[in-house]
Every structure is written in C-alpha cells, then in structure tokens.
Design a protein around this ligand. Structure first.
Ligand SMILES: C[S@@+](CC[C@H](N)C(=O)[O-])C[C@H]1O[C@@H](n2cnc3c(N)ncnc32)[C@H](O)[C@@H]1O
Length: 495
C-alpha cells in the first residue's frame, strides 16, 4: 500500500461515515461561531479555537483534527472515529503522543441546490500565516472558484455528466443532484484517491478516470461537461502545481478544452468552464476567444467578469505558491514577467464560458465583459440566455405577432437633476439573473411598459405610434432591432 493510499474497506467506510454523521456544516459553524467561521475563511484558526473552548466531545475533536489542523490526544480521537481503520489507511498520522489528520475531511453543504456530504482534500498550506508551499500534487479543497463554477452550472436533468479535473470531487457532489451518471477525471492520481474517499463517504457514485483533458473520457457523448481547470498561465520553467497550472503555453489549456468539447457533447450538450484567458497586445481578446469556437456550430456565451493587469495576476499566484516573503519571490516574479512580455500578455481576463452543442450553421456567439454584480446562483440566467436564442432569430413578422411579457423582476428607474420637473434618463433594470440594465427612450420605454402578456407587439407598436404621433412603419424600424436584442438578453418570460 502506498504511504498515501487513504483507502478504506466498505465496512470501515460505513463506520467512518457513521462517525461523521453529526459532523455537518451547521454543527461546525455552531461550534466555532460565525466569527470563527469568518476568521477561518481568512485562514486563521485562533477565533474558532477560542470558540471551541475546552470542549472535547467528538464534534470538537473532528473540527480540531480536520478544520483546524491540530494534533489531538489519542483517547479523544478514539472516541470520535474508528481509530484503527484510519491509522491503517494513513488518514491519521502519529505526532508524539497525539494524532494528526494527514488530509482534510470536512462537511459540505450548498444552500443553492442542496448538494451535501463530506469532501476530502489536502490541508491548506497557509493556515495561520504559515508560509508553507503546497506539494506539487496538492489536492485543493473547496475554493471560491469551485463555488463559482457550481453556481454557474445549468442544473437541468441530464443523463451523462463529465466532471473534468475533479480535484476533491466537489462538482460531482453537485452533479449527483441532477445527472444520472457521472464520469470524473483528473491528471493527479492523488486527487482521484481523495475524491473517491469523499464521494463514497457522501454516497455519490462516480466513474473516476485518470488522465489528461478528454483522453480518458471515451466516445460516448456527455450532456454536460463542467470544469474549473488548472488555468494559471505560469512560465515553463516554474515549479508547477497540478491543481492550478499545466504545461500548455499561455491559455492553451483553456483553448484545448473549448476546441475539444464539441467532439464530446451530445446534441444540445453543454460545456461550462470557469477560467482565465490572455489579453495579447494587438489581438482583441474577444476575437481570440471567438476563434476557439469558430466552426464548432456551438452557441457560446463568454462572460468576462474581470481583467487583472499582469502584475496583480502574478502577485496573486506567487503568494498562492507560498513564495511571498521568500528569497525566491523576486526572481520568480521577474521570470514570470519576462514570460508575459515574450507572449505579449497585457492582462488576464477571468470569467465564465458556456458552449451549447447547437449544431447550427451560424451559431449564436456572445462574448462580452460583464463585471457587475449578478444574482447567484447565476446558472438559471445562463439557461435563460440560451433558451432565448431561437426567439431572438425569429423573422420580423413572428416577433411582431407574438405576445410578450417582460419578466416580473424588471423595474424602472428615473434619473435627473435634483428638483428638475422631468427625469432625463429612464433605465429598466433586471432585479434577478445577470441584472442587466438598459436606458430607454420614450418609444422603447412605452413599448416595453405595455409588454404585459396581453397584446401582440404589433398591436402595442400601433398604439404607441398613435400616442407619439409618428408613423407605425417608422416606429417599427426604430424599435424592432432594439427589441430583438432584448429578446436575446432574456428580458421576456419564456415564449
Ligand atoms: C482548480 S482544480 C479544480 C478542482 C475542482 N473541480 C473544483 O471545482 O474545485 C483543477 C483540477 O484539475 C486537475 N488537472 C490538472 N491538469 C489536468 C489535466 N490536464 N486534465 C485533467 N485534470 C487536470 C488538477 O489535478 C485539479 O484537481
């Protein structure tokens, strides 16, 4: 057995699972308090430890062992867990007279879709200002990026889902809520071992496969592929961490995932990626990304959430590697900047990318920056976007003869100088989803205000033309293109 096999027999697994029964997210938060939880989120354990006080019950022991990474006396470990099984599996390691957990086992629960269970990962290397560097095959626990991907995933029922680069298995825990079968892959064997343990503890069945990108996924197409791949664009000579970077140049790994997807998607199947991409001098970023999907027939929505300048980007990832404050920091920084200069990288875009295997000759490709706050989980809003593509392509007469209804979250805001009699701007704003906003003039505002599911668009335009004293033909020519764009942006209840 390798030193870090971490495997448990079925019987031992049941016993461990029973021991973890009361070790839930809510119970831990109650034990360490909201402030302790918030402090842990900032990688500090002192607040949580003080909240636990002198408690030595099994919940406190599990929290100390796994969440706080503390050494615990053997008698307490024996009270909380099937001791022998965990020692034999090397999940527990001796530390003098006490025991430590070699890996992090922690409860997981999502308020978004009710996914829950336990996940196993490596301990964070930077707790309590420790400067430890992660091991090269470090298996990341649930990160803000994991949560963002889970929230942008469109959760419709699917037969086959692929969790590409599963890590600790968190996406599979979510996929289990709506996928009949799940294949989960990773290049890192350690990740597969830890994911296996966590998913078995959680009662989730996945087909775990070792290999890079689409290599191990087989020929049967998937209805949904989700991935939060190792997208960090680091220089070739740098020490690599499998959880965050690859051997591809710049954003080549993202490109390979996107370009390869269509061969593995069923008709209507979706790829959803959280990642980053290079902004290269002289090449508009949206055109670069557009070239990745050109010729695939896939409807595409790329939403760039933020753009970091190269310095900020490098500083974040050097700190993540545990280099901050070490002699290696400055040389690594210089090497990384030289690499970016060589590639012409002027910035790094971060965001969400969804492809739908629509099989269209002319697919709907939308690549945009949207840095504003959105409603989370945002998956339903992305689903609404793709659901609106067909209607946004209707012929003019079909648009005109349809009865439209603005979604019920849209509100109108008026803006103007203080004390002025009339507002100077009218803005319609979605309260939900992507929370888009548009400024409307009297004509478009009047038309949209009447879209309440009663009259056809043609009837509304006729009435508004009369009110404004303009010709209906002119009004249609003015409003219809803008109306079509709003259909594409899912401003109306599904047709
Ligand atoms: C950022 S982690 C994401 C983990 C998890 N999916 C999540 O949402 O938190 C990226 C994962 O991809 C894996 N990985 C790295 N290179 C890969 C490759 N070429 N093919 C498949 N997986 C890879 C890493 O080992 C790691 O587990």
């Amino acid at each position: 057995m390798p030193a870090d096999d971490f495997s448990l027999s079925d019987d031992d697994l049941v016993r461990v699972r029973d021991a973890l029964e009361d070790y839930t997210v809510d119970a831990v938060v109650e034990a360490i308090g909201d402030a302790g939880q918030a402090s842990l989120g900032r990688n500090h354990t002192v607040a949580a430890e003080r909240e636990l006080g002198g408690r030595d019950d099994p919940l406190a022991t599990l929290t100390r062992l796994f969440v706080l990474q503390q050494a615990v006396p053997e008698r307490l470990v024996r009270r909380a867990l099937p001791f022998q099984a965990l020692v034999e599996s090397r999940i527990l390691e001796r530390d003098g007279d006490t025991w430590r957990a070699a890996v992090d086992i922690r409860p997981y629960g999502s308020p978004d879709d009710g996914a829950d269970g336990w996940l196993v990962s490596d301990h964070a290397a930077t707790l309590d200002t420790a400067r430890g560097a992660p091991r090269p095959d470090h298996v990341l626990g649930v990160s803000p990026a994991s949560t963002t991907l889970a929230q942008l995933t469109i959760r419709r029922p699917v037969a086959r889902a692929l969790d590409l680069g599963t890590g600790c298995g968190v996406q599979s825990l979510h996929l289990a809520k709506h996928a009949q079968s799940i294949v989960a892959t990773d290049l890192n064997p350690r990740a597969l071992r830890l994911a296996d343990l966590g998913l078995r503890l959680s009662g989730v069945s996945t087909d775990l496969r070792l290999g890079s990108l689409y290599e191990p996924v087989g020929d049967v197409p998937y209805d949904l592929v989700v991935t939060n791949p190792p997208f960090v664009m680091s220089p070739p000579a740098a020490a690599k961490f499998t959880y965050r970077e690859s051997d591809f140049t710049a954003d080549g790994l993202m490109q390979a995932i996107v370009e390869g997807a269509v061969d593995h998607l069923s008709p209507g199947g979706m790829l959803q990626v959280l990642g980053n991409w290079a902004h290269i001098a002289g090449e508009p970023w949206d055109e670069r990304l557009g070239s990745w999907v050109a010729g695939t027939g896939c409807d595409t929505l790329v939403i760039q959430r933020e753009v970091l300048d190269p310095y900020e980007y490098i500083e974040i990832w050097l700190a993540d590697a545990g280099l901050a404050g070490t002699p290696g920091y400055r040389p690594a920084y210089e090497t990384w900047m030289d690499y970016f200069d060589y590639l012409g990288v002027t910035g790094v875009g971060m965001g969400w990318l969804t492809l739908v295997n629509a099989g269209r000759t002319v697919p709907d490709v939308r690549i945009e920056g949207w840095p504003h706050a959105v409603e989370q989980p945002v998956g339903p809003a992305l689903a609404a976007h793709f659901g609106a593509v067909d209607a946004s392509r209707w012929a003019d007469d079909q648009l005109l003869d349809h009865v439209w209804q603005l979604t019920d979250d849209v509100i109108q805001e008026t803006l103007g100088a203080p004390g002025a009699e009339d507002p100077t701007h009218f803005v319609l704003r979605q309260q939900r989803g992507l929370r888009r906003a548009i400024e409307v003039d009297t004509a478009l505002g009047g038309v949209l205000g009447a879209c309440d599911g009663d009259l056809t668009l043609r009837e509304i335009l006729g009435a508004v033309a009369q009110l404004l004293g303009v010709s209906t033909v002119d009004l249609v020519a003015d409003v219809l293109p803008r109306f079509r764009a709003l259909v594409a942006d899912a401003w109306f209840a599904a047709s």
